[in-house]
Design a binder for this molecule. Structure first.
Ligand SMILES: NC(=O)c1ccc[n+]([C@@H]2O[C@H](COP(=O)([O-])OP(=O)(O)OC[C@H]3O[C@@H](n4cnc5c(N)ncnc54)[C@H](OP(=O)(O)O)[C@@H]3O)[C@@H](O)[C@H]2O)c1
Length: 441
């Protein structure tokens, strides 16, 4: 018998004892919960199911999230209803419940409510890959009859169930985020652009084939981006649903953020923003983040993330209050500053990295474009230095948003899907890294 199984049996016996000792066995106090609620890895959850025959999974999300893809055989308890009503499918009180949830805080709340309902045998797992990852295909003897076609609540995205979170799909030019929405992996940035320039850049980016536009409240050009988008829609180049708009909230607190989100929607002239980021760490990140989460619940924002968080400690701090795990971290990243450590660390949460300053930023681009390694590789592929650098970002797992007000540059920046860098070339570019940032805000 496996070690895991022995531990499991001992724990189950202890839990039964605890249940018997509790008054009436129905409502557990806080101390009991701590002793009974166990967080396990996705791997351990699978082992329990394979070796111990544990089959009950309660998938705690909003109904909309659940409908866009779930573990076959799982019971869905919408977050809102848990504790207020007991779904008929829930197992007997003495059965083991595995809670599958994409947010640590949310699953803890769900566990507490289930305890309040009388359940005592609760294990929680979550983390990478979410409902679309290997767990779906590898779980044994699972009933797949509940699998449904992904819903499409506001047009775009929900990806096919076999797409992996965080994996770049070069043929679709997209990545599936942990929020269930797809994001284009190449786009155009608009920092320093006036409203008029941002309108043109947005329009020409969409005309060239790009589908991702990056702006921010701070750039004061969301109106221009909105106009560029409207122009492209009017001309039949794109539909709103095909375009992915990112904006950012700069500083403030919860109440201000609630207001700012509405202002961004109004300036961009859209019904929803695809991705909203905290622009940089501030004094009330938890409050701002909460406001973004509330906007997700209301359909005003699809995915949320953070920007300018460079260390795992900073990210963990955000995760400590996040109900919804950030989908994206947008940071300074270029050939001279490659934060591969953070990229690899946040993979476990299904978080995708995005590079700002992919060329080093205005005033520094020649340093990147004239780098010998880049020029050498560019010559071999018959591509420009800019194209080699962007292809490196994408192949190394970074969404890239080069900024430009020049339609020729924008078209050039999109023309990077007809060649591939070899592993040797990728290594040579990785070797340029000096851990040198241009900015320290
Ligand atoms: N989250 C944050 O804190 C943060 C901070 C900075 C930036 N960002 C975002 O990241 C985006 C990218 O950063 P960035 O725009 O500052 O810097 P960047 O993309 O590294 O560099 C932009 C510069 O590259 C030039 N360029 C673009 N394509 C080119 C090409 N194919 N050939 C030659 N030159 C080319 C642009 O000039 P032309 O206009 O002449 O093409 C511009 O001077 C921003 O626009 C913004 O959306 C976010």
């Amino acid at each position: 018998m496996s070690k895991r199984r022995w531990i499991f049996i001992i724990m189950a016996a202890l839990l039964l004892l605890l249940t018997a000792c509790s008054s009436g066995g129905q409502v557990m106090d806080g101390e009991d919960m701590v002793r009974s609620y166990t967080q396990i890895s996705q791997e351990e959850a699978k082992q329990m199911m394979e070796q111990d025959g544990t089959q009950i999974i309660v998938d705690v999300r909003t109904q909309e999230e659940y409908d866009s893809g779930h573990i076959p055989g799982a019971i869905c308890i919408p977050n809102e209803s848990i504790g207020t009503e007991q779904p008929e499918e829930l197992p007997d009180l003495d059965q083991i419940i595995l809670i599958y949830c994409r947010s640590g805080n949310r699953s803890k709340q769900a566990a507490q409510k289930l305890f309040d309902m009388g359940y005592t045998n609760i294990y929680e797992f979550g983390g990478i890959n979410d409902w679309t990852g290997e767990v779906v295909t590898e779980m044994p003897d699972m009933d797949t009859s509940q699998e449904s076609e992904p819903e499409n609540p506001q047009g775009t995205v929900p990806a096919p169930a076999d797409t992996l979170v965080g994996e770049f799909d070069f043929s679709a030019e997209k990545v599936l985020l942990n929020s269930g929405w797809e994001m284009p992996i190449i786009g155009t940035g608009t920092w320093t652009l006036s409203d008029e320039e941002a309108e043109n850049s947005t329009y020409y980016a969409l005309k060239a084939g790009m589908r991702l536009i990056d702006t921010a409240r701070y750039y004061q050009n969301e109106t221009g981006v909105g106009k560029g988008l409207a122009r492209a829609i009017d001309e039949g180049i794109v539909t709103r649903e095909e375009v992915f708009i990112t904006s950012k909230i700069y500083g403030g607190d919860h109440d201000r953020a609630v207001k700012v989100i509405d202002e961004a929607l109004s300036d961009l002239n859209v019904d929803y923003i695809d991705l909203m980021l905290i622009h940089q760490p501030g004094s009330d990140d938890a409050g701002v983040y909460k406001a973004m989460e509330e906007a997700v619940e209301r359909g005003k924002i699809h995915s949320i993330g953070i920007s300018n968080y460079y260390t795992k400690e900073q990210v963990e701090e955000v995760l400590s209050f996040a109900e919804i795990t950030p989908a994206v971290i947008q940071n300074e990243n270029h050939i001279f500053y490659q934060n591969a450590e953070l990229r690899d660390y946040v993979k476990q949460y299904g978080i995708v990295m995005e590079s700002w300053y992919p060329f080093g930023g205005r005033g520094h681009t020649q340093e990147s474009f004239e780098n010998d390694v880049i020029l050498d590789i560019a010559k071999d592929h018959g591509k420009t230095a800019a194209q080699i650098i962007l292809r490196w970002h994408l192949q190394d797992g970074y969404i890239a948003i080069p900024g430009s007000s020049n339609p020729d540059h924008i078209a050039e920046n999109y023309d990077i899907f007809d060649f591939e860098l070899s592993e040797d070339e990728m290594d040579r570019i990785r070797g340029i890294d000096e851990q040198r940032r241009y900015e320290h805000w």
